[in-house]
Design a protein around this ligand. Structure first.
Ligand code: KG4
Ligand code: ZN
Length: 344
């Protein structure tokens, strides 16, 4: 009789920024639980993430969130095959909470420990959404801290061909939202406002191109152009149309993201393009990228919004593929705030 392959269960932990999250994932593709304790309400008071507060809140929540993830999955800690945890990039104090919890659990349970790169996790969210998706493909990762165009050669094999020179796409959304009085986090607020009203062609904000890699991004010039526009109108005592500013800004960002994503996929001959990261849940970006991919004969992948923003299920998927490759972290695993893609 043929022996059936045993299921691999990964317990994953994510605490790199302002979400305390834990999840159980089966065979890298199936979410058994996905618990996320968001701190957004707390940080909204300050207009952005306060690292010290984030770390303290992670400490308060982490054990409860892990417990919920295990019980909602209908398993016990003993059933888990390995513990995966985000160890970078991110806020050092926040990362340390997840890394310490994962190390303690792995040690106490005598289970393997697998450190996971946060951006690789974002990309792997696509494996959870599309169980049949396989590498190679091109991925555009756009979040609050990162904007990367990445070649996914194989499971666990990544090469960044483009990155932001200054602000990340989500950071630009957050800063512009704050300037027009929408508050934190800005991305979803701009997205929502523009969906209702606003003319994306009202104001001609710049589409930045930078020297060097044609796939690199720069959003600080665009952000300054929006701030200058707001200042100019405020000095003249003229009220701006906030929806038009938001829509024109969003169009300027999405135009560049779509152009670079498509260019990269075409240049490297990929017929699959996967979006990832918090900004990947932006309605206008999804629509524009979908249309561009259809025009170019490229298959377009994008995770559900809950899998775009920070979560531990994506770390469970990435952790599974690392685990299968034989990657094991030692008890000296540490938080690496500036961990580069493809580095261990
Ligand atoms: O991936 P993520 O949760 O955290 C990081 O790894 O950075 O991304 C958070 C970022 C924030 O900047 C937030 O404003 C942005 O993603 N974001 C959005 C949308 N939803 C979240 N940006 C534009 N449109 C959205 N719908
Ligand atoms: Zn993230």
């Amino acid at each position: 009789m043929q022996q059936e392959e045993k299921d691999i269960l990964i317990l994953a932990i994510e605490s790199s920024c302002d979400e305390t999250a834990a999840s159980v994932v089966r065979n890298g593709r199936e979410i058994l639980s996905n618990v996320i304790a968001s701190q957004i309400d707390l940080h909204t008071l300050y207009g952005g993430v306060v690292p010290e507060i984030a770390s303290r809140k992670h400490i308060e929540k982490i054990n409860q969130v892990i417990g919920q993830a295990v019980s909602q999955a209908g398993v016990t800690l003993r059933d888990v095959d390995a513990i995966a945890v985000t160890y970078g990039p991110g806020l050092v104090g926040a990362l340390l909470v997840g890394v310490s919890a994962a190390k303690a659990l792995a040690f106490a349970l005598d289970k393997p420990l697998v450190g996971v790169h946060h951006i690789e996790g974002h990309i792997c969210a696509n494996y959870l959404q599309y169980p049949d998706l396989e590498p190679p493909f091109m991925s555009l990762v756009v979040s609050g801290g990162h904007s990367h165009l990445v070649i996914v050669r194989d499971y666990g094999e990544y090469e960044a061909i483009g990155r932001t020179r200054d602000d990340a796409a989500g950071e630009a959304f957050d800063k512009v939202a704050r300037a027009i009085g929408l508050g934190y986090p800005g991305g979803p607020k701009i997205d929502k406002l523009v969906a209702k009203e606003g003319n994306p062609d009202a104001i001609a904000f710049p589409r930045a191109s930078v020297g060097g890699s044609v796939y690199d991004f720069s959003f600080s010039g665009l952000k300054s152009a929006v701030l200058n526009y707001l200042n100019e109108y405020s000095m003249k005592g003229i009220e701006v149309n906030r929806a038009d500013v938001a829509a024109s800004f969003q169009k300027a960002v999405t135009d560049v993201l779509v152009a670079h994503g498509i260019q990269g996929a075409k240049d490297y001959g990929f017929h699959k393009l996967a979006l990832a990261g918090g900004v990947a849940s932006n309605t206008a970006l999804r629509k524009a990228m979908k249309e561009a991919c259809e025009r170019e004969g490229i298959e377009f992948y994008y995770p559900a919004p809950i899998l775009c923003t920070d979560n531990a299920a994506m770390i469970g998927s990435a952790g599974y593929y690392e685990f299968q490759k034989g990657v094991r972290s030692g008890w000296d695993l540490n938080a690496v705030p500036n961990l580069k893609l493809g580095e261990r």
